[in-house]
Design a protein. Structure first.
Length: 96
């Protein structure tokens, strides 16, 4: 794998934590930092993809009403707990 040099400035406390993590995993601080940056960027990308999927789903105009959600939540921890509500608002129901 080709690597390119990159430098950054860390607060002393963060540098100490990085060094401790590197030592405890028998890795270099650069390797731990690289893995941490990659994990952060992967999580950020996953969140962006989830948000885009949620927006696309919302754009379909199919929703569960707040009343249905409230009824469902009020039933929690009761003898008659309701199943998760099904969508009850559809594109034809929305104001134009």
């Amino acid at each position: 794998m080709n690597n390119v040099p990159f430098s950054l400035r860390l607060e002393p406390e963060l540098k100490s934590r990085l060094d401790a993590a590197a030592e405890s995993t028998d890795r270099t601080p650069a390797d731990v930092a690289t893995r941490a940056i990659e994990a952060f960027l992967d999580a950020r990308d996953a969140l962006r993809m989830d948000l885009e999927a949620a927006i696309a789903e919302a754009d379909k105009g199919v929703f569960v009403s707040s009343e249905a959600v409230e009824r469902w939540m009020e039933s929690w921890d009761t003898d008659n707990e309701l199943p998760m509500p099904e969508p009850d608002i559809f594109p034809d129901d929305l104001p134009r």
